[in-house]
Design a protein around this ligand. Sequence first.
Ligand code: BGC
Length: 382
Amino acid sequence: MRFICKYMTTLFFILIIALLAECVKEIKPTMNIEEKVFGKTADGIPANLYILTNSNGMEVKITNYGGIVVSISVPDKNGKFYDVVLGYDTLEEYTRDNPYFGCIVGRYANRIAKGAFMLNGVEYTLAQNNNDNHLHGGIKGFDKVVWNAEIVRRDEEVGVKLTYLSVDGEEGYPGNLNVTVIYTLTDSDELKIDYMATTDRDTVVNLTNHSYFNLAGAGLGDVLGHEMMINADRFTPINANLIPTGELRSVEGTPLDFTRPETIGSRIDADDEQIKFGGGYDHNWVLNKSGEELSLAARVSDPATGRCMMVYTTEPGIQFYSGNFLDGSSRGKKGSVYHKRYAFCLETQHFPDSPNKPEFPSVVLKPAETYKQTTIYRFSVK
Ligand code: BGC
């Protein structure tokens, strides 16, 4: 009798534990997307905030103003979640003086020398909004417009589809350009960005995302201790105006060699002409790849928190910018101050100034073609 009693009690406890385990499974978050009002631009155009969550608890906030990634919350090695991208709390701050935090950059990411290029024998002139160069699409680029937004739900994925028509002549570029950008959060802790564009006249296109990452947590310090690997044997050296010279130079023996993981800070102030021109790292690396396949471009990790990010892209280049122009002048989320090198950007792209460099992979889009690019930022812990 005593044996049966003991047996029944054990069985009872096993049953309770199994039931509790089921409940925990039940309350585990599932993939979700929520839409909220974020505010209105100075012209009175409303913009929303999309809050994407996956079943591991990863959360990404995106606004259709500038297609900006407002926050990415991922766990550290102890399971503690924190936001790893710089930005602001309100739409109003994004519309004021934003150094391209989190946005979609277009029609042409990075610089076009002297704000001019020739296409089919015609010279196009663009705004010189960065000394005498054109930067990130001009005065009102894709980062400063309100995109149309639509929620997308698929198995194991939630996303936001953004569309924008950039009219012929906008910011000086030819052709009506229909642009689609789809942000997707997957259950494998990836933020996937699919870009597409079509035109009705020959034009140039180079789109990217300009998130400023800090894997230790946005606003919590600099990124000099992060370890960076860039899958590139060559880079495009720049002149003093940050314009590529046209050369593809080997990284070997230079502070730009990240073929094996190196901390961002170890050579950032090296006595090297390229480092001086960039004020640190502000260069385009030529990715090791055979074509337009989706391939590993970079891997970054923060040894202190264990957070790790892999970047995959179909693009031929990646701009690694070490936040050299951040100067603590603007207050970010929760009042935090973003000082020099408090973040890094990894902007997947075609090479800067390609419209003036026929030797670089072409950025010309013709009416019969579709511009396509995919980039994935995958998060994990070490
Ligand atoms: C450029 C930097 C620039 C930064 C913010 C980066 O893509 O390479 O030179 O300062 O964007 O505008």
